[in-house]
Design a protein around this ligand. Structure first.
Ligand code: KG4
Ligand code: ZN
Length: 348
C-alpha cells in the first residue's frame, strides 16, 4: 500500500510517500521545505508560518508525488492534526482532506509527537505484531515539546503520556540561549557545534550552570535559561563557545537523568527518541553510555528524520491503520496535544 503524509504543524512544509510492502516500509519521497523567514526574528512567527505554508504546500506536494504516475495510486492519506499552530495545521489538513475527497480514500489524523517516536520503526523488519509488541519509553525533545511517553505496544498502538516540561521546551531553550548570544536561529545546531569546539580546545572543568531537577519525571528549562542570562549580564568577557558548552551540558544532562529515573522505576529496556534535539551530538553520546550501562536498546532517527518531516506522519498512519484504531471522523485541528488526544482518540 502507498501512504501520503502531510506535515505543516510549525515551520516546515513537508509531504512524503511511503510504500508498505512485504512487511517492510520504504520511504519513496520525503520533501521538506523549511521557512527561513523565521531566522530573521529568532523564533517562529505564527502568521508568517501560515503564509509560507500556503505558498509552499502545493509545490512540496507536487515534488513528493513524483514517484507515482497518478494520485489514485495512493491508498491512504495522513496528516498531522495536532499539536501545532492553528493556521499552519489548517493548511495541511485542508489539502489532505481535499485529496482524500478527490480520490475517495481515507485520511488519518496523526499526533505529530507520536510521529516523532514512531518514525524510528521505518527500518524495523518485519512490520508485524509479534515484532512490535514490546514496551518502549518514548522521549520527544523538540522546539515545542519535552515529553515522555510509555508505549505499551506499537501494534496495536497503545501509548500514554508520562511527563512534560513545566515551562520552556528544551529546543526552545537552545533557541533562546542562542538568541542571547546573537548566534542565529534555530539555535540548537549552532550551540552543538560551538560546544564541540570548546570541548576540543579545553579540558572542561566543573559545570557553570546547575542541572535542572524538578520533582518527578517532569522537565524545566526556564531556570537554566535565566542562569545563562544572569551570567551574561555579570560577565565582562564572554567566551561564547564556553557558554554553549556549559548550557548544553546542563540541558542534556537534565534529560538523561530523568530518563535514567524512568528506566529504573519502570523497568524499561527499549527507548525511542525523536524531535529536533535528538540530533544533538552530546545527547547521542550520553544515550550510548546509558545504553551500555543498562543494556538498553535505544532508537534514534537519522538527523533528517529527527526534525519535522512528513515521512514520520505517513509511518505513524501505517501503525494506526494496522492497529485498526478508531478515530473521530470528521476530525478537526487542535493546538494542544491533550485536546487532540481527547477529541480524536477519546484519551482522557
Ligand atoms: O522537531 P523540530 O524540527 O521542530 C519542532 O517540532 O519543534 O525541532 C526543532 C528544534 C529547534 O529548537 C532546534 O534548535 C533544535 O530542534 N535542534 C537542536 C539540534 N538540532 C536541532 N537542538 C540541539 N542540538 C541540535 N543538534
Ligand atoms: Zn516536531
Amino acid at each position: 500500500m502507498i501512504i501520503l503524509g502531510i506535515e505543516t504543524t510549525c515551520d516546515e512544509t513537508s509531504a512524503s510517500l511511503i510504500l508498505f510492502q512485504n512487511k517492510k516500509i520504504e520511504i519513496l519521497s520525503n520533501v521538506v521545505l523549511s521557512q527561513d523567514i523565521h531566522n530573521l526574528f529568532g523564533g517562529v512567527l505564527p502568521e508568517q508560518a501560515f503564509r509560507k505554508h500556503q505558498e509552499n504546500i502545493i509545490p512540496v506536494l507536487k515534488e513528493s508525488l513524483k514517484p507515482i504516475s497518478n494520485i489514485a495510486e495512493i491508498d491512504l492519506i495522513s496528516v498531522s492534526a495536532y499539536p501545532g499552530l492553528l493556521g499552519a495545521l489548517a493548511t495541511g489538513v485542508a489539502v489532505a482532506k481535499t485529496i482524500a475527497k478527490i480520490i475517495n480514500k481515507p485520511v488519518i489524523p496523526v499526533n505529530h509527537l507520536w510521529a516523532h517516536l514512531l518514525v524510528n520503526f521505518h527500518k524495523v523488519e518485519p512490520i508485524e505484531k509479534k515484532a512490535l509488541n514490546k514496551k518502549y519509553l518514548g522521549i520527544v525533545i523538540s522546539g515545542g515539546h519535552t515529553n515522555t511517553y510509555m508505549i505499551e505496544s506499537v501494534i496495536p498502538l497503545k501509548i500514554r503520556n508520562i511527563s512534560k516540561t513545566l515551562d520552556d521546551a528544551v529546543g526552545e531553550s537552545f533557541d533562546k540561549v542562542a538568541r542571547m548570544l546573537g548566534l542565529g536561529f534555530p539555535g540548537g545546531p549552532i550551540i552543538d557545534k560551538l560546544a564541540q569546539n570548546y570541548r576540543k580546545r579545553t579540558n572542561v572543568n566543573k559545570p557553570l550552570f546547575p542541572i535542572p531537577n524538578p520533582k518527578g519525571y517532569d522537565f524545566s528549562y526556564s531556570g537554566l535559561k535565566t542562569a545563562v542570562k544572569r551570567f551574561l549580564e555579570n560577565s565582562d568577557h564572554i567566551d561564547k563557545e564556553e557558554i554553549c558548552y556549559h548550557f548544553q551540558f546542563s540541558a542534556i544532562k537534565h534529560i538523561v537523568q530523568k530518563i535514567e529515573d524512568i528506566i529504573l522505576d519502570k523497568r524499561v529496556k527499549n527507548i525511542l527518541v525523536g524531535g529536533g534535539v535528538a540530533s544533538n551530538s552530546f545527547l547521542r553520546e550520553e544515550l550510548r553510555n546509558l545504553s551500555n550501562k543498562y543494556d538498553l536498546e535505544i532508537y534514534i532517527p537519522e538527523p533528517k528524520l529527527c526534525t519535522d518531516n512528513a515521512a514520520m506522519i505517513a509511518i505513524s498512519a501505517l501503525f494506526i491503520y494496522l492497529s485498526r484504531k478508531p478515530y473521530k471522523i470528521p476530525f478537526d485541528i487542535y493546538p494542544s496535544e491533550e485536546e487532540g488526544n481527547r477529541e480524536i482518540w477519546n484519551i482522557k
